[in-house]
Design a protein around this ligand. Structure first.
Ligand code: ADP
Length: 328
């Protein structure tokens, strides 16, 4: 698309919400308005695209939102969008609304939907990575990760207080079905005695018990095991059972759950989201599409969307080693 063609763009948030999505929306809307474009917000992701939930945005539509978690546009999972016929319908809806390009803020699934719109119908799209899991290929960072980690760290600090007072062991479950990123970072930042990650298969119960017992022998007043939730619910309770039955260790379970998704975005998330929203619209204005705004070597750059479609667990053995070294 050439610079002169672009008159009107739309933005949506899709998949799991993440703190900082609002900052990205704000940045997309204000960058576009500043360039003289019309901007539409689409409610509830691809579901809202299909049922025509479009709303023209102005500078005030995105006022006073950057400090709030969640997404003012709301989000959804829309299984219908997996159907090429439905995507064709979506394309025609966008055309009828005279929208020239779409900015999709979301995770890996949302990127796939956006890429299909582009590859099947040539519709210009840009992806902005919004997910707390930090698991999108190509980018070092996804919007919301820092806030989710900060929330979990604050929670574990509180749990540590009570664990120390009672000389207890806690298993704290953090988000991450397939992604190790939150668990590893939280483990390092809270001095966890052991971290259980989703990509390591069955947890090593013997090693966990050894790590806990070593700490107790050294006189530690509390122990924390950080456990990524994994794909099958109940992992923390299974660890609790096995520690009790096979290793005579009592542990309490605390599942942090959705509190990790909400809350005011950290300065880091606000900053990255603001940069990425701006780069997304700038790319469209300059005639580039089918790209994903990505953090590479600490800088926000554009990568071909096709290169960013896969999930990337970003498991980092150095971080795992650091956690082990520091937890003795
Ligand atoms: P996230 O974007 O956070 O990874 P999901 O995986 O649930 O969340 O994807 C969000 C939405 O993106 C899905 O509900 C669906 O509408 C769309 N989507 C996901 N995968 C595809 C795909 N392969 N093709 C087309 N659309 C998809």
């Amino acid at each position: 698309m050439s610079e002169t063609n672009l008159k009107s763009i739309a933005v949506l948030t899709s998949g799991g919400d993440s703190p900082g999505m609002n900052c990205a929306i704000r940045s997309v809307v204000r960058t576009a308005l500043g360039a003289g474009l019309k901007v539409y917000g689409i409610r509830r992701g691809y579901a809202g695209l299909l049922d025509g939930s479009f709303e023209e945005m102005n500078a005030s539509s995105v006022g006073n939102i950057l400090q709030h978690g969640g997404t003012i546009l709301q989000t959804s999972r829309c299984p219908e969008f997996l159907d090429p016929e439905i995507r064709k319908e979506a394309f025609h809806i966008l055309k009828r609304k005279k929208i020239d390009a779409l900015v999709v803020i979301g995770g890996n699934g949302s990127y796939n939907g956006a890429f299909e719109l582009y590859s099947e119908h040539g519709f210009p799209v840009v992806g902005v990575p919004g997910t707390i899991d930090n698991d999108i290929q190509g980018t070092e960072y996804t919007i919301g990760f820092d806030t989710a980690v900060q929330t979990a760290v604050e929670a574990v600090d509180k749990i540590r207080d009570t664990a120390s007072s009672h000389a207890r062991t806690f298993i704290v479950e953090v988000m991450g079905r397939k992604s190790s990123a939150i668990a590893l970072q939280v483990g390092i930042c809270t001095g966890a005695e052991n971290i259980v990650l989703p990509d390591q298969g069955e947890p090593d119960f013997l090693q966990i018990s050894k790590d806990i017992k070593r700490g107790i022998q050294r006189g530690k007043s509390s122990s924390i095991i950080i456990c990524a939730e994994g794909e099958n619910p109940g992992l923390s309770y299974r660890i609790q059972e096995r520690l009790k039955e096979d290793h005579q260790l009592d542990a309490h379970v605390c599942i942090l759950g959705h509190i990790q998704r909400g809350g005011n975005p950290t300065a880091h998330d606000r900053s990255i989201a603001s940069h990425m929203g701006h780069v997304a619209v700038q790319a469209l204005i300059e005639g580039r599409s089918a790209i994903a705004t990505s953090l590479v070597n600490g800088k926000v750059v554009e990568l071909p969307l096709e290169e960013c479609l896969k999930k990337d667990n970003k498991f980092n053995p150095q971080m795992e080693n650091l956690a082990k070294v520091l937890s003795i």
